[in-house]
Design a binder for this molecule. Structure first.
Ligand code: ADP
Ligand code: MG
Length: 914
């Protein structure tokens, strides 16, 4: 681990050393962030920071110097490996302030004397929401930093992903705030001090002045170099507060450097399908309930090949559209790629090889760009230009069918490209020429001068680390080439010198070496050193170490100076070129970002087409009125899980219309009710996100709000939902669902006692039917609810089919009309391995209960006549009757002692049965 260096940071019993004073000043600025204090090749941490970091990183905690009489805890991480450690600290919820040396030790000595302390300053705050480094980010997820602003009674969210420059400003009312936050799933949330939304903040709050809408206008003017924001749309005061607060925070984190943000996309929360946090979670749209992507809809749908494509698909699925024209535009593009396998595969082969130019640009714009990032821009933009040419050739041939992939002369992916039109082409022909394609293709090109520049300037595989140079190509700069020649010539001369010294001294193992402290020097093993130590040897002693002795010599010195000067000049020349190339790239950052977006959109469309072909999915048709017709619908996640074990998914239809807009689905446990409900909600999400859907036919009326609720007991395993939560969430549906909405309610009312639960479920169905009038699928194990069909005319009864066969229960997973004939609970119990005697006993109890229900007219006669308890009482009564009969038969006077004993045993047995 880290070795102690230079002066102690504090001497015992004395005033704080200058270093200690510097450390404390920086730490005060860092606030609640850990301070990474640069010392040579290490970032060191002290005091509590050191304790926390050592625990999180599992590295050694050491001590150094003293403070108030106690040793100062310390730990450190090597600078070259800092990214990995940073990633772990950020993941563990820490924030880190990076204090760099802002001058070299030589500079410090030169300007302030030999004992001078190197100047240090915090150059950046590293927080979860302000990352750009490849190693710290998930390439397939966006990384949002969100600010909530409020003003004049309104609320707004500003969200920035500085790794790509995306910037959204969303007007939301307080109710929609949670839904928007759930959609963005931000890495970091900030609010103003004293904000009513401070509970959402992930790390404390920010000063109020940062959220002042007047200051925000100035800040945004500065950020975009404009004198009016009108070009972006109309900001409300809350929107300005949020955007200003966010930009101020990003500036603070970058120590005053303005972040790279693209023009803001202004939206209102109501622009898309509204999906609240609970619904997102329950439908597992982009995250499975166990956390993580696996098992989510996104995971089951995603066939994108680039990080940017994956990020865009996640955004699309998280925010389904309400605008039919925009949805159709996306679907047209998917249809084009679905219809033409050759085109799709050719496109995907190119995408597969493209670097993530959006994130490379983000790093460059944040001032953390490397030569490799420029190389990625060069390769990515070049690939985009090639794609643009090919797609362009295709455009005139549309509408009509695609012509297959047009292979260009320098096509490196020809092997994978199918030049013949695909057989599936006929059925999947796009409805119209994809307007989106015509819009996207021009965005892929226009970078030729930049590409040419980067191609000439950079080596084919530029390194991430610029400090050793070597990234500027030969032939780009004649002066640089000369310096390099001089360096190389010098190195050749040194090699020749080594040979010469070996002959002259007769020491075959003599070496000329180089290190950062001595520069070039001669090294021999200690036992050969004596002759060289003599004054007349021509060598000057420099250093004696264990085993080796090091020398200098005038000739070597001269050549070494030339080499190192040439090297330093070459490095400086390369650095200057890097700066120019970076500036040239930044000049075009908006068009480059647009190219990245266009590539992502193509990747998403081609990926969705790939998925559709793979699974036999269809293009949905969308209607403005509230219909819902799905034929042969399937659940993509469940289907994939079943396929793994060789089982088949049973497809089901779902037809909701004005006269039958509420389906009550009953049937045995494990029969497929929950799956059926969810698959239809997912199909609505997919369709409005512009994707094909897992069905044989789908015609869907736009859904303005989607709700999904699962009864509390179904959720208990996750230890979160309680009956209270279930009721709060259900209340939200009743308050918000419109006739345009789609609601799935799964076993609502299950989390409480039978009668409460039944009563609540009953009332909820009635309210949905009478007041909300939305499309709704309601799964329930309360058979009694089927009686509701008599009074609710738009309610229709359905059940998942099951059959008992040779005493076994066969679950058919088929949704059919009508109520389930019974609940099959006992058959399920037997299936689960319950002892036969227990099952038999349950059967007789059930018979009594059902008889009781018949007698009282069942639940529909009124909830208050408690037929269940009546039947229970009857069962108990029956047991007592048997005992009573037995007792009555006893002729007490004629009993022998032995007979009396036998009777007692019998009575005891009877009472045990009861
Ligand atoms: P319920 O809600 O009625 O208790 P689920 O929807 O949870 O039942 O389904 C239970 C299991 O049955 C699922 O995990 C799945 O394995 C299987 N299943 C559900 N629907 C289908 C279907 N349509 N085809 C095949 N298997 C299914
Ligand atoms: Mg269920």
């Amino acid at each position: 681990m880290s070795a102690p260096k230079s002066a102690p940071i504090s001497a015992a019993n004395s005033a704080p050393t200058p270093m200690m004073a510097q450390y404390h000043a920086l730490k005060a600025e860092a606030g609640d962030s850990m301070l990474f204090y640069r010392m040579g090749d290490f970032f060191e941490l002290f005091f509590d920071d050191a304790r926390a970091a050592a625990a999180t990183l599992d590295i050694a905690l050491t001590a150094r110097g003293e403070h108030g009489g106690a040793p100062i805890p310390m730990c450190g991480v090597p600078v070259h490996a800092a990214e990995g450690y940073l990633a772990r600290l950020i993941k563990a919820g820490h924030r880190v302030a990076i204090a760099e040396q802002t001058e070299s030790p030589e500079q410090a000595r030169k300007s302030r004397g030999s004992k001078a302390l190197v100047n240090r300053a915090i150059i950046r705050f590293v927080t979860a929401g302000t990352l750009t480094e490849e190693a710290l980010l998930d390439s397939r997820s966006a990384n949002w930093c969100v600010a909530i602003g409020e003003a004049a009674g309104g609320v707004a969210i500003a969200a920035a992903d500085i790794s790509t420059g995306r910037f959204e400003v969303i007007e939301a009312d307080a109710a929609a705030l949670g839904a928007e936050l759930a959609r963005l799933n931000p890495a970091e949330v900030i609010t103003a001090e004293g904000s009513p939304f401070a509970e959402h903040a992930t790390d404390g709050t920010r000063p109020r002045v940062d959220f002042d809408s007047g200051a925000a206008v100035d800040r945004l003017h500065r950020l975009y170099g404009v004198s009016t924001l009108d070009g972006f749309g109309t900001f409300s005061r809350a929107a300005l507060a949020a955007a200003g607060g966010l930009v101020a925070y990003l500036e603070h984190a970058a120590k005053g450097a303005l972040p790279f943000l693209r023009p803001p996309r202004l939206a209102a929360a109501r622009d898309g399908m509204a999906i609240d946090a609970a619904t997102r979670e329950s439908l597992e749209l982009t995250q499975a309930s166990g956390g993580g992507r696996k098992g989510s809809l996104l995971d089951a749908v995603d066939r994108t090949l680039t990080g940017a494509g994956a990020r865009l698909l996640a955004a699309d699925l998280g925010a389904p559209l309400m605008d039919i024209a925009a949805i159709e535009a996306r679907l047209d593009l998917v249809a084009l790629f679905a219809a033409d396998g050759g085109l799709r595969e050719g496109l995907r082969a190119t995408l597969r090889s493209l670097p993530d130019i959006g994130r490379a640009l983000g790093r460059i714009a944040a001032g953390r760009g490397s030569p490799r990032d420029l190389g990625q821009l060069r390769d990515g933009l070049e690939g985009a230009a090639t794609l643009s040419e090919r797609l362009n050739l295709l455009l005139p041939s549309l509408p009509g069918r695609g012509r297959g992939w047009v292979g260009a002369a320098n096509d490196t992916h020809e092997e994978s490209a199918d030049l013949t039109p695909s057989p599936e082409g006929e059925a999947l022909e796009p409805h119209t020429a994809p307007s989106l394609l015509a819009e996207l293709t021009p965005q892929l090109r226009g970078h030729t001068p930049l590409i040419d520049l980067l191609r000439r300037a950079l080596v084919p595989m530029p390194p991430i680390d610029a400090s050793d140079g070597g990234y500027i190509a030969e032939g780009y700069d004649a002066a640089l080439d000369d310096l390099r020649d001089a360096g190389a010539g010098g190195r050749r001369a040194i090699a020749a010198l080594e040979a010469k010294y070996r002959t002259e001294t007769g020491i075959a193992a003599l070496k000329i070496r180089h290190n950062g402290v001595l520069g070039y020097h001669i090294e021999v093993a200690a036992r050969f050193a004596d002759p060289l130590m003599r004054p007349d040897s021509g060598f000057t002693h420099r250093q004696t170490l264990a085993g080796v002795v090091r020398f200098n010599a005038p000739e070597l010195h001269d050549i070494a100076i030339k080499v190192s000067q040439a090297g330093a000049h070459a490095l400086a020349a390369e650095a200057a070129h890097l700066e120019d190339l970076t500036a040239a790239a930044l000049d075009r950052r908006e068009p480059i970002a647009a190219t990245a977006d266009a590539l992502a959109r193509l990747d998403v469309a081609a990926g969705l087409a790939e998925r559709a072909i793979e699974g036999g999915w269809v293009r949905p048709s969308l209607a403005p009125h509230a219909c819902f017709e799905v034929e042969g619908g399937r659940h993509p996640v469940v289907e994939a899980a079943l396929a793994k074990s060789g089982e088949r998914f049973v497809a089901n239809d779902c037809t909701l219309s004005e006269s039958s807009r509420l389906w009550l689905v009953t049937g045995p446990n494990m029969g497929g009710k929950s799956t059926f409900l969810r698959q239809n909600a997912l199909i609505a999400v997919l369709a409005q996100a512009g994707a094909f859907v897992p069905a044989t036919r789908a015609r869907l009326g736009l859904v303005d709000r989607l709700f999904s609720r699962v009864g509390a007991s179904d959720n208990l395993a996750r230890g979160r939902s309680t009956f209270m939560v279930e009721m709060v969430e259900t209340a939200a549906i009743l308050a918000q669902a419109t006739p345009q909405s789609f609601v799935i309610l799964d076993e609502v009312g299950r989390g409480t006692s039978t009668y409460d639960g039944l009563a609540i479920a009953w009332a909820v169905v009635e309210a949905i039917h009478e007041d909300n009038r939305c499309r709704c699928l309601f799964a329930t194990h309360y058979h009694e609810l089927t009686r509701l069909a008599e009074r609710c005319d738009a309610l229709s009864l359905h059940h998942v089919r099951a059959r008992e066969w040779k005493g076994d229960l066969v679950l058919l997973h088929e949704v059919s009309e009508g109520p389930a004939d019974r609940s099959y609970g006992l058959a399920v119990a037997r299936l689960a391995g319950m002892p036969p005697t227990t099952v038999a006993r349950a059967k007789s109890v059930l018979a009594k209960l059902e008889a009781g229900r018949e007698k009282t007219g069942g639940i529909a006669a009124g909830l208050d006549d408690l037929p269940l308890f009546a039947a229970m009482a009857e069962i108990e009564e029956e047991q007592c009757d048997a005992i009573r009969a037995e007792v009555e038969q006893i002729d007490v006077d004629s009993l022998s002692p032995r007979e009396a004993l036998e009777i007692l045993y019998r009575l005891k047995a009877l009472s045990r049965e009861a």
